[in-house]
Design a binder for this molecule. Structure first.
Ligand SMILES: Cc1ncc(CO)c(N)n1
Length: 220
């Protein structure tokens, strides 16, 4: 079994809960309250700033030029590509730099990024990839499942850009490389090493679900 198949099978229940979450279902049918989405976009922008640092540490930990390039491309894609989705929405909500700077990180957000940064500082390149995978790949799966359940979600005048951004090839092509690299780097891992990788992936998958719940509740 490929490492990524093992990780995904260990978290199947958590991953199934993403698309059943009321926040995600609200994006799917376009009924999500705008104030909840604004809260989410601000928290997620703050999240992405820290998440980009996880890749940046990966650059320094990389043991080959190929892995270094993977991490480096992702830092660039996050800051120049993915964060543009957020900047578009922040423009629509007329969020100023002052409002963004004055927004405190909610505890689930802070806890998630602190955990990933700890993995990044303490562990090796494959463990960093496992921590990143649940973020990067779950958004692809969520957006594609939304489109499967409601093909018109991409045309929604407000939430359509979010769905198209995460189901689109710019975002998803990076995940193919992420999955392949993680499988390649861990093909000779021992059972203990694989179990440790699974623990990291389960923790990050739980944090992903907590992030949707945090957004739904607009937690302070
Ligand atoms: C919380 C969270 N997880 C994953 C992604 C996808 O990069 C995101 N933007 N935010």
């Amino acid at each position: 079994m490929k490492t990524t198949e093992r990780l995904l099978s260990a978290t199947a229940d958590i991953w199934a809960a993403y698309n059943a979450h009321p926040f995600v279902m609200g994006i799917q049918d376009g009924t999500l309250a705008r104030d909840k989405f604004k809260y989410y976009i601000l928290q997620d922008y703050l999240y992405l700033e820290e998440y980009a640092k996880v890749f940046a540490i990966g650059i320094a930990k990389a043991k080959s030029l190929d892995t270094m390039r993977l991490f480096s491309r992702q830092v660039n894609f996050l800051t120049e590509g993915e964060m543009n989705i957020h900047r578009g929405y922040m423009g629509a909500f007329t969020v100023s730099q002052e409002e963004l700077s004055a927004t405190p990180r909610a505890l689930d957000n802070l806890s998630y990024t602190s955990y990933m940064l700890r993995v990044a500082y303490e562990e090796g390149e494959a463990e960093i990839l496992a921590a990143i995978l649940s973020c990067a790949y779950s958004y692809e799966v969520i957006a594609k499942t939304i489109l499967k359940n409601n093909p018109r979600a991409a045309e929604h005048p407000f939430y359509g850009n979010w769905v198209k951004g995460y189901a689109g090839s710019d975002f998803c092509d990076g995940n193919v490389v992420l999955l392949d690299t993680l499988n390649f780097l861990t093909c000779n891992y021992t059972e203990d090493q694989l179990q440790h990788l699974t623990d990291i992936f389960v923790a990050c998958s739980r944090y992903e679900l907590a992030f949707w719940e945090m957004a739904w509740n607009m937690s302070k």
